[in-house]
Ligand binder design. Structure first.
Ligand code: PLP
Length: 469
């Protein structure tokens, strides 16, 4: 029998043993986890987290792209406490509503900029990015059914996209490793190439030329399927989990031209890019396109409590509401009062501290300038940033830009050096990526760049010793 008493304090070893005995982690090789033991993160403040051994880490990933206002915000804890004491839960299914959900929907509608004739007056709430993308599939299909075009079923996405981990989310995503497990994608979801210039640009082709060519893959796919079969195109403004792939400037305008030409709905998955990450409340504003649906999650509460949702543009909302009758879809926690109260307090902090303005202003410029200096490192093929997301490619040869063999797992080598030297930076294949809190000061940007450079130096030394460079 399990005689465990949760109120007893535990040492690191005990936690690790219980962890591998009982906790199934997301995206984890448990054999490997059991041998090495998980790092136990116990507390946080500002841009730092600490582990159970007292080691301090600069969290350049904002948790998992979510803690945009940084750790330790009392106002968010207070908002949760106050709401829990007033009304911890009530559903919105049966002609009932709650005040924080109404206020948050109204606030989000006010923050989402109107583009051309399209505005976002309506919000559908969920608890995560994955659920929100499932809702998108339901809404998009319902929309075309109501318009008498039920054959418009196919949603086009991109290879190496990430749209979540539910059946629909993983199918919309273009991660081959995820598709390989569990018969994915589900029917009527297909993928085109990603706009990754460093990898797919042809010799002599400029980034702008490549951007047009990559967007053209969408038109080719539409024509191959037949435009009357295509319901929507879904994409992240910048691919996050795929390795921070920043599209060339020509990409989004050309995508807009194509979706408009064929009347296809455009879904902007802004689970990472919204709420100041690219210097705007919503990322479509940064790139100037006009989505019909916008997926959000993570930073809407800065990750302090789960909440996600979809901004439903007028084009879709009008049909669903005026012609749709009951929409047979929703979650127990759609519009959860505590999550919505925390989101309101979080957006309030972002407004008070002008975090989006900070990222698109002087602080963003300083971050971009300092980050670009990494381009002089012998191991870096290219280092690029946009707002407060950034990625770099590790290369074998800086002159020829020769890549490492994937079996060399260089990203994991670099990630280990980051982790053991006080920095959380994520590895995606041979790309190293960051998405730091939007509150960074000049001194913290300097410290971050010093830590990255140190980890790169240690990685270079290890790869040299192993004869890989
Ligand atoms: C662009 C994008 N969409 C969807 C998701 C899935 O969100 P969640 O993990 O909250 O389900 C993520 C998660 O990282 C994401 O980056």
């Amino acid at each position: 029998m399990n005689t465990f008493n949760p109120s007893e304090p535990l040492g690191t070893k005990e936690i690790q043993t219980l962890d591998s005995a009982h906790f199934i982690h997301p995206f984890t090789d448990h054999g490997d986890l059991a041998t090495r033991g998980a790092r136990v993160i116990t507390r946080s403040e500002g841009v730092y987290v600490w582990d159970s051994e007292g080691e301090k880490l600069f969290d350049a990933m904002s948790g998992l792209w979510c803690v945009n206002v940084g750790y330790g915000r009392q106002a968010l804890a207070q908002a949760a406490y106050d709401q829990m004491m007033t009304l911890p839960f009530y559903n919105s299914f049966f002609q009932t509503t709650n005040v924080p959900a109404v206020k948050l929907a109204t606030k989000l509608a006010a923050l989402a900029p109107k583009v051309g004739d399209r505005s976002f007056e309506h919000v559908f709430f969920s608890s995560s990015g994955s659920e929100s993308n499932d809702s998108n599939v339901r809404m998009v299909r319902r929309y075309w059914d109501l318009l008498g075009q039920p054959q418009r079923k196919v949603i086009i996405s991109r290879h190496n996209a990430y749209h979540g981990s539910t059946m629909a989310g993983a199918s919309l995503g273009g991660m081959s490793g995820m598709h390989a497990q569990g018969d994915l994608p589900i029917p009527n979801i297909t993928h085109i190439g990603q706009p990754y210039y460093f990898e797919d640009g042809k010799p002599g082709e400029t980034a702008d030329e490549f951007g047009l060519r990559a967007a053209g893959w969408l038109e080719e796919k539409i024509l191959e399927l037949g435009a009357d079969k295509v319901a929507a195109f879904i994409a992240e403004p910048i691919q996050g989990a795929g390795g921070v792939i920043i599209p060339p400037a020509t990409y989004w305008p050309e995508i807009q031209r194509i979706v408009d030409k064929y009347g296809i709905l455009l879904i902007s998955d802004e689970v990472i890019c919204a709420f100041g990450r690219l210097g705007h409340w919503f990322a479509y504003e940064k790139f100037g396109y006009k989505p019909d649906l916008v997926t959000f999650a993570k930073a809407v509460t800065s990750g302090y409590i789960p909440l996600g949702g979809v901004m439903v543009g007028d084009r879709v909302a009008k049909v669903l509401i005026e012609q749709g009758g009951e929409f047979n879809h929703g979650y127990t926690y759609s519009g959860h009062p505590v999550a919505c109260a925390v989101a309101l307090a979080n957006l309030d902090i972002m407004e008070q501290e002008q975090l989006p303005q900070r990222v698109r202003g002087e602080m963003g410029d300083y971050f971009a300038k300092r980050y670009a200096e990494l381009n002089d490192h012998p191991l870096v093929g290219v280092a690029e940033s946009c707002g407060f997301v950034a990625g770099l490619v590790l290369v074998k040869n800086k002159q020829t830009l020769e890549r490492f063999n994937p079996d060399d797992a260089v990203g994991m080598v670099c990630r280990r050096h980051c982790f053991t030297n006080g920095l959380i930076m994520r590895a995606v294949g041979d790309r190293m990526i960051i998405a730091p809190p939007l509150t960074l000061t000049h001194a913290e940007i300097d410290e971050l760049l010093r830590l990255i450079r140190h980890a790169l130096d240690l990685t270079q030394r290890e790869l040299h010793q192993k004869g890989l460079i």
